[in-house]
Design a protein around this ligand. Structure first.
Ligand code: AMP
Length: 274
């Protein structure tokens, strides 16, 4: 791995994978795609305090830098950027990036300030790394939409690449938070993906009412012991706006709790491509 200096890339392309560490196969797929499409790959690991709205969630967030560095080495990552909180947010700092409309629904309602923290840290990381391409998982679908909107509205010269969600064999989306599930909750949690597949089948059978689809997913989750639904919403893929009738590409987004662990997942349904 090398010291990072953007001017030394000599016209070679730079791919960037921003993460909060505790790397798993979901992150590794992003790294592989970046390695495949670029001359250099930069990975950042920073548990960003400004995107957590609950201090205990920040404190409990898993951290394992040594293991992460081994994974990065294994994938041939060229540079790992591990900024300190003091570098990112120096004494007296107060400038935030205000995200666009994609930040308002879904996570934006339950986690005030979350996407403001995301937009701010990603801007700082983009300015430091100056990548040609940046890789984000569709697992965090709204985050991807917020970043796309920010890159467009703030004229960043960066291609944002969305990567499909990587799942465990039982369908649970890989997440650094999964390690905090109890054994019982871990075995129940795949119901989230199953409920979204059930919604996909319902739409394939001809149902076009967003409310009917939402109710179907909610009732499956509510029938699962210890599962507390925060939201189930059907929104357009681009601007995440709601619509009563499903007539174009949509994404169904879920946030649900098992004990004190909050999980999110989604399924894209590209109506016009069926
Ligand atoms: P995080 O470390 O949770 O901030 O995630 C860093 C990046 O990895 C984000 O772009 C996430 O969307 C992406 N990511 C996390 N989990 C997955 C997954 N299961 N599949 C694909 N991408 C993921």
């Amino acid at each position: 791995m090398h010291e990072w200096s953007r001017v030394n890339t000599n016209g070679h392309s730079v791919g960037f994978v921003p993460t909060m560490g505790a790397l798993h196969t979901g992150h590794e797929v992003l790294l592989q795609q970046s390695k495949h499409e670029n001359d250099f790959t930069v990975l950042s690991i920073f548990v960003n305090p400004t995107q957590f709205n609950v201090q205990s969630d920040f404190d409990a967030y898993p951290r394992n830098d040594q293991r992460d560095l081994q994974i990065a080495e294994h994938h041939g990552v060229d540079v790992v950027y591990l900024p300190t909180a003091e570098t990112m947010y120096p004494e007296g700092w107060r400038i935030f990036v205000e995200p666009g409309t994609a930040a308002d629904p879904l996570e934006g309602r339950g986690r005030p300030g979350h996407f403001r923290g995301v937009a701010t840290v990603v801007t700082k990381l983009f300015n430091t790394v100056q990548p040609d391409r940046a890789y984000f998982g569709k697992k965090d679908y709204q985050q991807l939409a917020v970043i796309r909107q920010m890159v467009s509205e703030l004229n960043f010269n960066i291609s944002v690449i969305g990567v499909d969600t990587v799942r465990h064999d039982d369908g649970l989306a890989m997440s650094s938070r999964n390690v905090r599930l109890t054994a019982e909750h871990r075995s129940a949690a795949p119901i989230i993906h199953q409920s979204l597949l059930a919604a996909e089948s319902l739409i394939a059978s001809g149902v076009t009412s967003a409310k009917a689809v939402q109710d179907h997913v909610t009732s499956i989750l509510n029938a699962t012991p210890d599962c507390r639904v925060e939201y189930v919403e059907v929104v357009h893929t681009t601007d995440l706006s709601p619509d009563a009738e499903i007539t174009s590409a949509i994404v169904i987004c879920v946030a649900a709790w098992f004990g004190d662990v909050r999980l999110i997942d989604n399924i894209e349904i590209l109506i016009n491509q069926r």
